[in-house]
Write a protein that binds this ligand. Structure first.
Ligand code: SF4
Length: 327
């Protein structure tokens, strides 16, 4: 991939044209992938006396505007993600660090799609990092008689973007899915939500794979639900992360549990860690924060982690298993 420092230098140089003395001091958030570039970023912005948050940041759902304001910072710079439609407590610039694919990388994507879906219409999805390449891919696919399904911009994502917890940019789920990106985290959400084949193309390694069938996952979730059918007490976890806080949903499931003669308690945290939950005497925890903690990281927790929908199934208020999404 193109030198990250070159991309950062260009983006920070454009950013500096917008910054004034009034933005001093700055607060900065970066994704984990930029950790080795922290001092590089801080040096480039040193005239703004920057403070850099080193806590892991996996999305714009984790905007530290309140904390930055408390530290008397005037502006927050959030690297690696597009904004989510929540109001910010102080001026925030989002720098998604988009990568421009090389011709040969675009050609690989187009060739792979053409081989798999000749003369068809497809849902083309990607992450913030590759979003700006969609226009070019679309143009080249058109020459091959392949068109792109319409997508919608939502409060949390741009058109053609998929988040690990939100597929609501998809308008027509019957159209085949193609995901372009350098991992499967985001594609996995499509596959969990729609239970259909997803062609995943990695333009950097020039490899592709088809993800299909989520039966194992469904079985695992029903296994957890059935193990909790006699559960009497539920801990409801609420995140203080701005884009992960689902207080009203947490309150609703709390009321439902009480009305079903269960015990229910609220627990607040920023990062959900097993260590913080140890010793709490409940049968399971309902995670109302990032759904991927429940689905991907459940093995790291001593007590079962379930979704709101799964809790409703346990108390017979819902029958169908639904994939947890924040949107
Ligand atoms: S809630 Fe989880 S999956 Fe959704 S954007 Fe945040 S980190 Fe990603």
């Amino acid at each position: 991939m193109k030198n990250l420092e070159t991309i950062l230098k260009k983006e920070i140089s454009s950013l500096k044209k917008k910054l004034t003395k009034k933005d001093n001091p700055l607060a900065i958030q970066i994704p984990e992938g930029l950790k080795t570039k922290t001092t590089y970023i801080l040096d480039l912005l040193k005239e703004y006396n920057p403070f850099l948050f080193v806590d892991p940041c996996y999305g714009a759902c984790d905007l530290k505007d309140t904390q930055a304001k408390d530290l008397e910072c005037k502006t927050l710079i959030h690297f690696g993600h597009f904004p989510m439609g929540k109001k910010h407590k102080l001026k925030t610039y989002f720098i998604p660090l988009e990568y421009t694919l090389k011709d040969q990388e675009i050609n690989y994507i187009v060739e792979t799609i053409t081989n798999n879906y000749p003369n068809q219409k497809i849902n083309l999805l990607t992450t913030a990092q590759y979003l700006k390449n969609i226009k070019n891919i679309k143009k080249k696919l058109k020459e091959k008689n392949i068109s792109l399904e319409t997508m919608q911009k939502t409060e949390r994502a741009e058109k053609h973007m998929v988040l690990g917890c939100d597929c609501s940019t998809v308008v027509n789920q019957k159209t085949p899915f193609v995901f372009v990106g350098d991992g499967v985290f985001h594609a996995k959400n499509l596959f969990l939500k729609y239970n259909k084949e997803i062609l995943v193309i990695n333009p950097i390694t020039k490899t592709n794979q088809t993800i299909n069938k989520n039966e194992l996952f469904i079985r695992q979730r029903y296994g957890v639900i059935s193990s909790l059918k006699n559960a009497k007490s539920f801990g409801i976890i609420i995140s203080t992360k701005k884009g992960q806080e689902r207080l009203s949903s947490a309150k609703k499931i709390h009321d439902l549990l009480l009305r079903s003669n269960k015990k229910a308690y609220f627990f607040i945290c920023e990062e959900i860690k097993n260590d913080s939950l140890l010793g709490i005497k409940v049968d399971c925890f309902i995670n109302t924060a990032c759904p991927r903690i429940t689905y991907d990281d459940y093995k790291n927790y001593a007590k079962p982690l379930i979704t709101i929908n799964e809790a409703k199934i346990i108390i017979n208020k819902e029958k169908e298993l639904k994939i947890d999404q924040i949107n």
